[in-house]
Design a protein around this ligand. Structure first.
Ligand code: DQA
Length: 142
């Protein structure tokens, strides 16, 4: 099964960015843990800080027939109609993941423009949120 794990703005800074909120694990470590935990999955990993590049990556995943997408849209979660439209326009199921509990932080983080067009949202479980999203997409029992 081909899965895309896509991360948005500022997530390249994981490990040093506000560790009290996001933890000490780097994005490379999260990706390596997914590779190790799910040897049967064929992963593509991508991170970009630019909204248009993320949209292009979603379109490419659709064109390539990717089976599912784990997507942490970072701050664009709360603002981007264009990313929401991209998720809505593509066939692969998208699971929205956040390391932090966006519902327990500032008011503006409680709204996700993407969640209504995703199959679900995982928030506040740290790096394990990515693994849980992969388990769902692989159809594995919880
Ligand atoms: C985040 C939550 C967002 O509100 C924030 O802008 C991020 C990271 C998370 O993973 O907890 O950049 O998506």
């Amino acid at each position: 099964m081909n899965l895309l794990v896509l991360n948005g703005p500022n997530l390249n800074l994981l490990g040093t960015r506000d560790p009290d909120t996001y933890g000490a694990t780097t994005l490379a470590e999260i990706e390596a843990e997914l590779e190790a935990a799910f040897p049967s999955a064929d992963f593509a990993f991508a991170q970009d800080n630019a909204e248009g590049a993320l949209i292009d990556r979603l379109h490419a995943a659709h064109e390539q027939g990717v089976d599912g997408i784990v997507f942490n849209p970072g701050g664009y979660t709360h603002t981007s109609v264009a990313l929401r439209d991209a998720v809505d326009a593509i066939a692969p199921p998208v699971v929205e993941v956040h390391l932090s509990n966006v519902h327990a932080r500032e008011d503006f983080r409680r709204t996700s423009r993407l969640a209504p067009v995703c199959v679900g949202q995982i928030s506040g479980l740290g790096p394990s949120g990515y693994a849980l999203a992969v388990r769902y997409l692989l159809g594995a029992p919880a």
